[in-house]
Design a protein around this ligand. Structure first.
Ligand SMILES: [Zn+2]
Ligand SMILES: [Zn+2]
Length: 209
């Protein structure tokens, strides 16, 4: 069994304040005890602009990540300052493929309070860290949680996000620890572990506290 920590890459797409990247990286290493590296910026994702919506398609950006070389990293979080959407929502704060390698976090909608007034940068970056940890949860196969007092609770708006705590409920926390500590050098045994929690637990069991 390897004791090597999993390595997470945080990569800006286009122009992103360095402090935002540092706050996100610090939260990932502080809360999840993972190794984190901030990577050189990737190009502005012009290819994902939807000209009718004037927004950027998160799915297209995540797809483009798959062709990039991030082989030294277990998970990679792209951070951008652009308005993201997926077709079923007007906007998203972040996006991740469940159990995948890549996630996105957008600062764009995190700069305003629920009443429309501008937020202090410190609050914007704390929200970004929250979104990053939530999306990383999806990458480690956590689903949305019904418990409102859990980081994996779905946030549709900024008020929801502000009311969502930065910590996981007991169930999600146990699940994530299990995922992180049962890592193995053997890809096959890791694949088997991947399947156990999702297939065997009914939704009732999943949310039991
Ligand atoms: Zn989510
Ligand atoms: Zn939870």
């Amino acid at each position: 069994m390897s004791s090597k920590k999993r390595l997470v890459g945080v990569v800006p797409l286009g122009e992103v304040p360095e402090i935002a990247l540092k706050v996100i990286a610090a939260h990932i290493s502080g809360y999840l005890n993972l190794s984190v590296q901030i990577l050189p910026p990737l190009e502005h994702p012009e290819y994902a602009l939807d000209e009718k919506r004037f927004q950027y398609n998160a799915g297209i950006i995540l797809k483009a990540f798959e062709s990039k070389r991030f082989k030294d990293y277990d998970k990679v979080i792209g951070v951008l300052n652009l308005d993201l959407f997926i077709p079923i929502f007007t906007h998203v704060f972040g996006e991740a493929k469940q159990g995948g390698k890549f996630a996105l976090v957008s600062l764009f909608r995190l700069r305003k309070n629920p009443d429309g007034s501008p937020s202090p940068s410190s609050l914007t970056y704390e929200r970004a860290a929250k979104v990053a940890l939530h999306e990383l949860g999806h990458l480690f196969n956590l689903l949305h949680c019904r418990e409102k007092n859990c980081l994996m609770h779905f946030s549709g708006g900024i008020q929801d996000l502000d009311e969502t705590p930065i910590y996981l409920c007991r169930y999600c926390s146990t699940f994530l620890k299990d995922r992180l500590f049962r890592q193995s050098d053997n890809e096959e045994s890791l694949k088997k572990l991947d399947k156990i929690p999702l297939n065997l637990l009914s939704s009732k069991e999943r949310f039991r506290q």
